[in-house]
Design a protein around this ligand. Structure first.
Ligand SMILES: Cc1cc2nc3c(=O)[nH]c(=O)nc-3n(C[C@H](O)[C@H](O)[C@H](O)COP(=O)(O)OP(=O)(O)OC[C@H]3O[C@@H](n4cnc5c(N)ncnc54)[C@H](O)[C@@H]3O)c2cc1C
Length: 471
């Protein structure tokens, strides 16, 4: 039987781990040094104001397991409705419970469950196929296939941020790890207006009740809001999707969607967008490099705001802050961040093109997913690039890969048995980092790996293969 190593202790790793255990595969799950395997960045227990952006009945860890979270949540909290947007931490509790149940079942059936709570630092190909995964402690794990489930990369500072600002302690790079601020900041500026920025603002409002809050991004646009109740599906979705697949450019796709929305005033536009979800990866794959670049430059902000929507309660809280003058939002480009703290943020306003300087005691960078692997200091990924086992996507949207998630190496060939799942595949699939896409990808990858395993003659395994390790 083959051994599979999964690297990454977030929801993608958890989903694949559970799927592979169900197939009876021998799995090593290398979860990293964060506590609570499975929660990853998104579902670590945080504030109860940090809500899922998916309704309770529609989110789950495993494909076909939608509804299981709702049942779990109802056992924990009274009065949960199927359409509620619940705290992300509660979904983290659910993931942990699901993982435990899968592991317990495997153990009862006499199958080993191997979870390694440390970082993987290097992957080395073995001469007879398969890989050796080296952990931070020096332990070596041999596996026939390895899956990178690393999520997004640690954020890098914007180019406009000066070294002194970075060293001042008044510039926060990771919005999920904000150190205690003494004295409390009087003015907090958040760079970004996406979902991460929304949660950052809600937390800042709670943590520093007297602070004035400022948010800015190039378009100054918060994500659109989910409807309080699900809207009816669009009746002509399949015709729309076929027409979109026949479009030759992102602009033509936008026009098509726009025309469909105009022609169906009785249908909420969000339904049309949600109905595109099964074809989004195919649409992306139809675009050539130039068109993808155009999309990223001109349409990405609108797509992100419309596709990754905010829960109604979070939108209400933002509205209240705006109404009471507690929060200001600017559509502006950041030109520089300087000072020792307080910091000065130099911007150019989008509408007037005027230059301006905004002062802030604390500046928090909340600019969303970073998947530019070519610039990363991530030990494992940078080593994979150096060793030529992986290569960056040309648009810096993760790693270059085959549609099945198998990586392309520096020679542009398939790196057999080395896969990725989740955000690292954005260049290939574009939409691949939300739970709906992740759980389907995990199911498909587990099937593929289990089927490959079934073709290996019994008794053969990478465990029997001697490593050819580079020095
Ligand atoms: C704040 C936030 C909120 C979100 N909310 C939603 C939502 O409501 N609904 C939804 O569908 N999606 C949401 N998402 C999308 C989210 O990305 C996915 O739902 C999912 O959590 C992604 O999981 P992941 O495992 O791919 O990545 P991550 O959660 O980032 O997990 C990757 C893990 O890999 C570990 N790791 C990295 N390097 C190594 C290494 N060398 N060795 C071992 N481990 C390593 C990291 O420490 C991390 O724990 C949200 C994302 C964020 C960031």
């Amino acid at each position: 039987m083959a051994d599979i190593a999964i690297i990454g202790g977030g929801a993608a790793g958890a989903s694949l781990f559970g799927e592979l255990l169900r197939h009876g595969t021998r799995v090593h799950w290398i979860t990293g040094d964060r506590p609570a395997a499975g929660r990853g960045v998104a579902y670590a227990a945080g504030s109860d104001r940090h809500l899922l952006n998916v309704r309770a009945h529609a989110i789950g860890l495993f494909a076909g397991g939608e509804g299981e979270f709702l049942q779990f949540a109802r056992r924990q909290v009274d009065g949960v409705g199927a359409d509620d947007f619940l705290p992300r931490g509660l979904f983290g509790d659910f993931i942990e419970a699901q993982v435990r149940a899968c592991a317990d079942l495997a153990l009862q059936q006499g199958r080993p469950v191997q979870i390694h709570p440390e970082d993987a630092v290097r992957i080395e190909p073995l001469c007879d196929g398969g890989y050796a995964v080296r952990l931070a402690s020096g332990v070596l794990i041999k596996a026939d296939a390895v899956v990178l489930a690393l999520g997004a990369l640690a954020p890098r500072p914007l180019k406009a941020v000066s070294r002194e600002a970075l060293q001042s302690g008044a510039y926060v790079l990771d919005p999920w790890r904000i150190a205690r601020q003494e004295p409390a900041p009087r003015r907090v500026l958040v760079i970004g207006t996406g979902l991460t920025a929304v949660d950052t603002l809600l937390s800042a409002a709670e943590r520093w009740p007297s602070a004035e809050l400022v948010a800015l991004s190039r378009h100054g646009r918060f994500p659109f809001e989910h409807t309080a109740l699900p809207s009816a599906p669009y009746a002509r979705q399949s015709a729309l999707n076929s027409a979109l697949l026949a479009c030759g450019s992102p602009l033509a796709m936008l026009r098509r969607v726009h025309a469909a929305i105009e022609a169906a005033p009785q249908t909420d536009w969000r339904s049309l967008l949600d109905g595109m979800r099964p074809i989004n990866a195919r649409l992306w794959r139809r675009l050539n490099a130039k068109q993808r670049r155009q999309f990223l430059r001109h349409l990405r902000w609108l797509w992100e705001a419309a596709r990754h929507r905010v829960a109604p309660a979070s939108a209400r809280a933002l509205d209240a802050m705006l109404e009471h003058g507690r929060l200001q939002v600017h559509a502006a480009r950041v030109l520089g961040v300087d000072g020792h703290g307080p910091l000065q943020v130099r911007v150019r306003h989008r509408a007037t093109q005027q230059l301006d300087t905004l002062g802030a005691d604390l500046v928090i960078q909340a600019t969303g997913l970073d998947t530019a692997v070519a610039f990363t200091e991530h030990t494992l990924l940078s080593r994979l690039l150096r060793d030529g086992l992986a290569t960056p996507d040309p648009l810096q949207l993760g790693v270059a890969a085959h549609p099945d998630g198998q990586l392309l190496n520096a020679r542009g060939e398939l790196q057999v048995g080395l896969y990725a799942i989740g955000a690292l595949l954005r260049g290939n699939l574009w939409e691949c980092s939300a739970m709906a896409e992740i759980r389907v990808a995990a199911q498909q990858l587990a099937r593929r790996l289990a089927a490959a395993d079934a073709q290996v003659p019994r008794g053969e395994s990478a465990m029997a293969v001697r490593p050819a390790l580079a020095p």
